[in-house]
Design a protein. Structure first.
Length: 319
């Protein structure tokens, strides 16, 4: 393993290995839901070849570098998000492309129990969310934005994005509406940093044309209020991967204004300066990103052409 040591001013220091190739998924896919639970990674649905929506479940064991198959998700869909509560995986929203070219978006929530490989139905969300962002905070699931429910005819390039946000309370087994996201968008990511939910990147149609955003907004679950962090991403990014690790925010790939990025960057809270890390071998978009311990896993998505789904998996260990 080659170890790198990158540092920035003050106490900013990230040590990391190079990206390591892992066993690929059984099926090439993009726009899928991914979650880690009890040292394993779970992948659900997504878009396969020709953007045919999938319902398959795949399970990865990092210790053995082996993929296995789980029970199929009841609903065929892509553009879903997943969240873990009480060791069960909630797979929410998404949609599919109909034979006539229109899209159908879902309010559907299905719950996977990895211990017994069984699916059950959960309470539907208040609104359909396709390709939203989602996080878990204080045993609540937050679902943020996505494709606008009315944008089912023209496709993503005509979609202004959705500002609607909602939260699931396990105690009440119910969804509740939250303050709307100031900048409607889809293909964005989210993470919890300093007890706030940060929402980054994404895309949407505006009066001046279609935009990929470098925006980073923050939501306070206590006050139910949004604010602009004033921080901008190093590159505009739609369909990026993101996660928080030790209160640092990591972002990977995504589509900027004119290319599929292979860049990787880390933001240290308090310094609010981005440091770029080991880049990917090639650009990646609409992929899955998850961590187990100190290792970040990057799964599937689409490569530098932005069109063809891939099954590749790689990892980066933070030291």
């Amino acid at each position: 393993m080659v170890v790198r040591n990158d540092k920035l001013e003050g106490d900013f220091r990230v040590k990391f290995s190079c990206w390591v190739k892992r066993s690929p998924m059984h099926a090439a896919r993009s726009h899928f839901a991914v979650a880690s639970c009890k040292e394993k990674i779970y992948v659900f649905g997504g878009g396969g070849a020709g953007f045919t929506s999938l319902c398959s479940t795949e399970i990865y064991c990092p210790e053995t570098d082996v993929w296995s198959k789980g029970k199929d998700m009841p609903t065929v869909r892509s553009g879903t998000v997943a969240a873990v509560l009480n060791n069960k995986i909630y797979v929410m929203g998404g949609g599919l492309k109909l034979p006539d070219g229109r899209f159908q978006f879902f309010r559907t929530v299905e719950i996977y129990d990895p211990e017994i490989d069984i699916w059950t139905s959960g309470p539907d969300m208040l609104m359909p969310h396709d390709y939203p962002a989602s996080v878990v905070y204080n045993d609540h699931i937050y679902v943020i934005g996505g494709h606008h429910p009315d944008a089912t005819n023209g496709g993503p390039m005509t979609d202004p994005g959705f500002s609607f946000c909602e939260v699931f309370s396990l105690e009440e087994a119910a969804w509740h509406e939250l303050a709307p996201m100031p900048e409607p968008r889809f293909a964005h990511s989210s993470a919890v940093i300093n007890n706030k939910i940060v929402v980054i990147g994404g895309a949407g149609l505006r009066e001046e044309g279609f935009r990929n955003f470098d925006l980073m907004e923050s939501y306070d679950p206590v006050s139910n209020k949004w604010s602009d962090t004033g921080i901008r991403l190093p590159w505009p990014a739609a369909g990026l991967g993101a996660l928080a690790h030790n209160n640092r925010l990591f972002i990977i790939g995504g589509k900027s204004d004119n290319k599929i990025e292979n860049r990787v960057a880390c933001l240290e809270p308090g310094i609010n300066t981005w440091k770029e890390l080991e880049p990917l071998k090639e650009g990646r978009i609409v992929m899955g990103v998850v961590s187990i311990g100190d290792t970040i896993y990057l799964l599937g998505g689409r490569g530098p052409d932005g069109k063809i789904p891939i099954a590749e998996v790689c990892s980066l260990t933070l030291l």
